[in-house]
Design a protein around this ligand. Structure first.
Ligand code: IMP
Ligand code: MG
Length: 183
């Protein structure tokens, strides 16, 4: 059978909890960005599900754009190198950027993205990550301004997050059975 749910050891964040948290983040962002020129920058592909929900929880004028960088490839460990695969479409000068990411792990991806976007002189840059694994941080000065959930050092999938490009369509965040990726 093709039952991806059998590969999940434990549900870490349920659909209900995700919904509630996204609504809360949306309200907070709406409040914080009053009078600003908000641009939501979604980092592909992991953040698309979060982005789609979060943007609808934000109740003000805003624009969206997408960027794709590579860091992990197929495996579960960082390769240490980050490169731009798809750049933003728009000139970000004058915008207040909110980078929307699925998970903050070592911090290398976000510190790189933040650095190159800063050079383009937007008005401001902040980070909103759905998940944060603080124990895994290798870049100490990278911090998210908005965090959905802090989670322990376990490999998780679902709600956009993948392992080898699958599981992104699971509606919750689950811990992946290590048997699946240690094979
Ligand atoms: P960082 O550069 O180590 O912070 O890695 C961030 C990226 O690694 C995320 O955007 C994810 O694509 C990926 N990643 C890190 N931890 C996990 C995980 O537990 N599950 C799925 N992807 C992960
Ligand atoms: Mg990713």
């Amino acid at each position: 059978m093709n039952d991806m749910r059998n590969d999940i050891l434990e549900v870490l964040v349920s659909e209900e909890e995700l919904k509630e948290k996204v609504a809360q983040l949306g309200r907070q962002i709406t409040e914080d960005y009053q009078g600003k020129k908000l641009l939501l920058v979604s980092i592909l592909k992991g953040s698309v599900v979060f982005m789609a929900d979060l943007m609808r929880a934000i109740d003000m004028y805003c624009q969206i754009d997408f960027m794709n960088v590579s860091s992990y490839g197929k495996g579960v460990k960082t390769s240490g190198t980050v490169k731009i695969i798809k750049d933003l479409d728009i000139d970000i000068r004058g915008f207040d950027l909110l980078i929307v990411e699925d998970i903050l792990d070592s911090g290398m991806t976000l510190s790189y993205i933040k650095k190159i976007l800063m050079e383009r002189e937007p008005n401001s840059i902040r980070i909103c990550t759905l998940l944060d694994k603080p124990e895994r941080r290798q870049v100490p000065d990278i911090k998210a301004d908005y965090v959905g959930f802090e989670i322990p050092d376990e490999f998780v999938v679902g709600y956009g997050l993948d392992c080898g490009e699958i599981y992104r369509n699971l509606p919750y965040i689950g811990a992946l059975d290590p048997k699946v990726y240690s094979k």
